[in-house]
Design a binder for this molecule. Structure first.
Ligand SMILES: [Zn+2]
Length: 204
């Protein structure tokens, strides 16, 4: 669009400058917004969206990476609770021995539209010497996809609607004026004069 003589250089700068500002603003609020969605890990769960068992649960898998080199057994129960900007998963495989931890994953993914923060808690048989080592309650993790993607997913459509579209409409109007030999900037019937007598601007 910058190649058109019907777009002023200042409009061209504003076009790209506004995109940069929108993306910077959204990048700045992306992670803090996700932080506001963190729920107490002991609190009651939100509205249930998916409640799957056995085969259906197994087909959905563990969602997040498990900490062991050997894969965990297929989950037997799988629940997902979701609200705007927040998803919470509770996925389990029960150990037949009631005195021993089964494999469980409790996960929060926060942010919009893609998750930005992941908070994980895991349980397994901590007494099994083969499963020693990794952290069962790791620190919250930033998700690169959401950190990079959210400003683009939210910002680019806003920019297109509120900046590019109005400029496109102005350009369309100026093209019509040019085809009528009117001043492209103010629409005055300049009759093809090099400088518009009304607004004083030179034609493109
Ligand atoms: Zn004019």
């Amino acid at each position: 669009m910058e190649a058109s003589p019907l777009i002023r250089p200042s409009e061209c700068r504003r076009l790209w400058g506004s995109l940069v500002l929108i993306l910077l603003f959204l990048a700045a609020v992306n992670v803090p917004y996700a932080v506001t969605k963190i729920r107490s890990r002991t609190g009651p769960v939100a509205v249930l969206m998916v409640d799957a068992r056995d085969g259906e649960a197994a087909a959905r898998g563990w969602v997040a990476r498990t900490p062991h080199a050997d894969p965990w057994p297929e989950p037997e129960t799988w629940q997902m609770h979701g609200r705007f900007g927040q998803r919470e998963y509770d996925i389990r495989w029960q150990n037949p021995d009631p005195n021993t931890n089964g494999y469980s994953l409790r996960l929060q993914r926060l942010g919009w539209s893609l998750p930005v923060i992941e908070i994980k808690q895991m349980w397994w048989d901590w007494n099994d010497p083969a499963l020693q080592g990794p952290e069962s309650d790791p620190a919250p993790r930033l998700m690169a996809r959401g950190v990079v993607g959210n400003p683009l997913i939210v910002g680019v459509p806003l920019w297109l609607v509120f900046v590019v579209l109005p400029l496109g409409a102005r350009l369309h109007e100026r093209r019509k004026r040019a085809s009528r030999n009117d001043c492209v900037w103010c629409g005055y019937e300049a009759g093809g004069l090099a400088v518009c007598p009304e607004c004083g601007r030179a034609g493109p």
